[in-house]
Structure formats: C-alpha cells, structure tokens
Design a protein. Structure first.
Lengths: 166, 166
DNA sequence: TTGGAAAGTCAACAAAGCTGACTTAAACTC
DNA sequence: GAGTTTAAGTCAGCTTTGTTGACTTTCCAA
C-alpha cells in the first residue's frame, strides 16, 4: 500500500512515509551535531545547555525580561531561575530593576557573559557556516523554509520577532 | 565591520553571522516543534523521549544489538539500559540472545511495541508532512542537504546506512 | 587454557526539566 | 484608598535522562 493517497502522483513523492522518516532522522542526527560543539565547551565549566540558551537569547535581546525569556525558552520559572541565579552570581548576567515597571527585571550580559556567549556561538556558527557553505544558498533557503513551517505558531512568532529586532 | 571576509560578494550573503544566527534559532525553535507531538502523547504514559528514540530505531532496524543502538543514540549504556529494561518489562520490546555471538542481544518490537511506535510516528509525521507540503519539494531537498552537512561524520554514516537498509 | 576484550547489567549520582504553594513589590482598577 | 492582578523570585519535592565505575558473562586469540 502506498503511503500517500492512491491518486497522488510523482509530484508528491517527497511526502511518502519513507521520505518523512528520513527527515525525522535527519533532524535527530543534525540536532546532535548542532549542540555538540557548545556542549563540549560547557562540560568543563559548571554550566550546561540550559545556560547556553539563556546566554544566547539575552545576548540577542539585551534588556529582555524574565517573563519574555520564559516564553521564548518554553521552560518553567523554577527551571530558568536556577540557571539565571548561577549566571548572575558568577557575574555573567546583570539583572537591573525595570525603569518604567519596577516589578520587571531587565537582563544584560556583562563583559564576561559576552565573552562566553562569543566563545559558544563562534563554535556553533563555525559548524553552521561549514554546513551552509557545502550545501549552497538555495539549499539554505529551503532549510529555513522547512524549519519555519515545522515550528509551533508561538515559536514562529518569537522567531520572526527576533529577526526583525536586528 | 562585515561578518565574513571583506572580499566576499553578494553570492556569500547567506554566510553572514546574522544569517547563521537565524539558522541557529530556527533549529532551536523547530526542534521544539519536532518533538512536541510525541512528547504530548508520551507524558500520559510513564515514558519519555528516550523511550521514543529507542522504539523508533528498533523499529527501523529490527534485530539490532544494544551496542549498535548505543552508537546511534549517542548515550551511555546505563542510560539506554534503563529505558530498554522498562520497555522489555512492559512487553513492548523483546530481547533475544544472539545466535552467533551469545554476548549480544537482538532487539525486536512486539506487536504492542509496534502499536506505540505507530502512534508516535504518525503524530510526528503529520507535522513533518504539513511542513513539507507547505514548503514544497525544492525546499525539502535543501532542508535535507543542510541537515546532512550539519551532522558529525559518525552520525552521517548511521543516517546513510539506515537509509540504504530500506 | 587462560587472560584480555566485548556485551550487557547494576548502583549511585548529577543536570535540568516539572508542579504547587508561597512571598514581595509594583501596578492597575474600581 | 482598598482590593486585585501581575512580575519576579523562593522553597520543597519529584521525574527523566544523562553520567561514571564496578561487575558478570561470553568470546576469542596467544
């Protein structure tokens, strides 16, 4: 039995179950590569992937609030708080009381925080750059199109917003 | 200052740090979507994402050994063993002593295991299919090209081997 | 035939998620 | 101005999934 409907022609060959399965496995293996380099750097320090994510998004949107970060990262307050607390204690992140709304905390990377972010993102970008270069611009465009279509609507909103903000 | 080397023309615009950063964030947000549906199904049962991965790859390569699975999943023996033990106890996976080498265990999904695999992969494929359909075949080709280039060499080997085996 | 290597298992621990209940302070609303 | 809502942060306790190290069984080769 064919995976797609019986009348689907050659034009939809890329939608067969086998093709989809390949895509699933590609995502799995590629994500491992994607995180491998920063993970390696982090394992010597007392930080993990969660710290990387926090540092990444604070760097990309300096002054962001805790609530906004929670929304982007999709974790619970306690989970983020544990990570944020260590980063603040270690002087990588600065938390300033909001100017307009004093309940909020605006988060910034310190110089030390920026140095770590740079180290991690350099490693991650190097792999990304190599992949992009070997695949070529058209493949990269397709790559982004499919990834964007794969996101939940909420995440797509965040993704686009971050893109605009720069 | 330009991100790439000064003499890189328009043809390499897709290699700027900003473009790479977008790709990094796209991977992050998309991976969340990618795992969201199976995760939702699993949270009601007493299983997690690790069980899904084991079931997925046993299904794709019936009779595989524990060692091979360790290599594919990239986790430690104990991490896999815990997962495998519950799956075997619950009758989703069968572990048969190897015929040629009795140190090995060959792993198979039982009918019940196959049913769970089907349920999870149906959900994951549905999202994948929607993303593929909206992006179109050329984008899908580019998507796979970039993902494959992003893998570690070891993982790319596994990826291709699994593809051949079917 | 024995001694090392390989496959698998077990115990104990660490990182990073989660829930739920609670406090504090500021902002909003009526 | 009193009462409610919101943002942030804390505490306690749990789950999943990763880790290392020690152990048994089996195989193979010197």
């Amino acid at each position: 039995m064919r995976a797609t409907s019986p009348h689907s022609g050659e034009a939809l060959l890329f939608l067969t179950d086998e093709q989809l399965r390949q895509g699933i496995e590609a995502m799995f293996f590629a994500y491992r590569g994607f995180t491998a380099d920063p993970d390696r750097i982090l394992q010597d320090m007392s930080y993990g992937r969660a710290h990387h994510r926090a540092v990444h998004f604070i760097n990309g949107a300096p002054g962001t609030t805790v609530n906004n970060l929670l929304d982007i990262l999709g974790v619970t307050k306690q989970s983020l708080n544990r990570v944020l607390r260590t980063l603040i204690e270690d002087g990588l992140v600065e938390s300033r009381v909001g100017t307009t709304d004093k309940r909020e905390r605006n988060l910034y990377l310190t110089d030390e925080g920026k140095a770590l972010e740079r180290q991690l993102s350099d490693a991650q970008r190097a792999r990304m750059r190599a992949a992009y270069r070997s695949a070529g611009p058209e493949a990269v465009a397709g790559f982004k199109t499919v990834l964007e279509a794969m996101m939940d609507a909420d995440m797509r909103r965040h993704y686009r917003k971050l893109r605009e903000g720069r």
